[in-house]
Design a protein around this ligand. Sequence first.
Ligand code: SF4
Length: 474
Amino acid sequence: FMTNKLDPWSSSEINDYSKLFEEFGISPFDNVLPEIPSPHMYMRRRVIFGHRDYEQIADAMRTGAPFSVMDGFMPSGKVHLGHKMVMDQIIWHQQMGASAFVGIADREAFSVRGFSWQKCREIGVEEYILSLIALGFKPDGLIYFQSGCESVKDLAFELGVKVNFSELSAIYGFSGETNLSHMISVATQAADILQPQLEEFGGPKPVVVPVGPDQDPHLRLTRGLAGKMSMFRVEERENANGGKYLSVRGKGAPKEALKELKKRIPGKVKLYEEHMDILQTPDYPFLERFVLQINHPEKKKCFTAELKDASKSASEIKLTRKILDEIVAEVAADFGGYAFIPPASTYHRFMSGLQGGKMSSSVPDSYIALTDDPKEGAKKVKRAKTGGCVTLEEQKKLGGKPDECSVFELMLFHLIGDDEELLEIRQECVSGTRMCGSCKQLAAEKMYEFLKDHQEKRELAKEHLDEYKIIYKK
Ligand code: SF4
């Protein structure tokens, strides 16, 4: 695709999201894009605009190291193009080598919507799972209903110890009226995200959760919990001179585990101060000095591993961190504890409603369901709000506004896979050589074809359901 000096996919909305970068520490996706082998269309087109820690995912893709993609769907209504965006990203990561986990959040639907387990199951299968498979989800991924997944339920209970009501009300606005099950469903979502790192799924590894920015509170909560639950934490820190160093904390870890950790960290151990050891690591020369501050039960000391020469390069820090992560995970597992890596995330723009404004499940004309009759889907495209001028003459003179056009958005997000073709459409629109009537016609035809094909694949998926690993409520 053309590398454009100006932002070819530009949208004013991205500017609205820039607050997220500053306030919540989400990084712009542009920073990590060059590190990704053959990036997904949403990445190239800046539909995905931000991330947390995606570097570790890009790294795993390049090196073939294990990583996972995880996402969940609340079985609450019709599966639509907004869900397709998430499914496309899960499937892409799966194709890039991730082990994939999809949770059907029936605990959430039960507690928030009051749906019965049976209704959750029907909606989960009929709407979400069939479309997920039809879009290309491979059978080696795991699909589960929260209510049937013992490991998620156990982990949710354990996570519950590390989070209190004040935190939940600060994050989710919970009040005295909030029911207990709703709170449990929040802990369950955190467990969903951490589950791929459990021993039975191969232990700690980078996990990415593709979400819209509204889901970020879950990510922040879960990232915090990953640290609180871990027997040891490896963190990158900055000293007063701006130099980077690595810190390993082991608050509350059993003494034996600490001893074992010391043994397994390569190098020579020397006593430095009362509860501080120095490790010299000839195996890793860039680790000139490695300070290990021992956790002292009475003094409640954490322990800190630090690179004395803080000017070490980012890649050395990264390598060191990888080594430390692995050692720490092994020791934690041996002592029956966890060592979670904080989950990574990507953030995508929302699709707007077909009539402008927001997409709303209570306004069927504002969205296209993947189960809409293809003819009806095409009609919705034809009724959609465009960014065109009132008269043809004006449009020829002034051009259209693709960034304010729902039809262009459908092409950008779903209907046109070829970047060059899309850029051409954009160019023609802006320059006034493209008219909305024929443009809509093209989009409507493509939508008809997509829905028809997708629904045929859904029928096929029904026949192949039993080839998939699906955990239902017992
Ligand atoms: Fe939208 Fe197409 Fe009209 Fe441009 S020409 S405003 S892209 S419908």
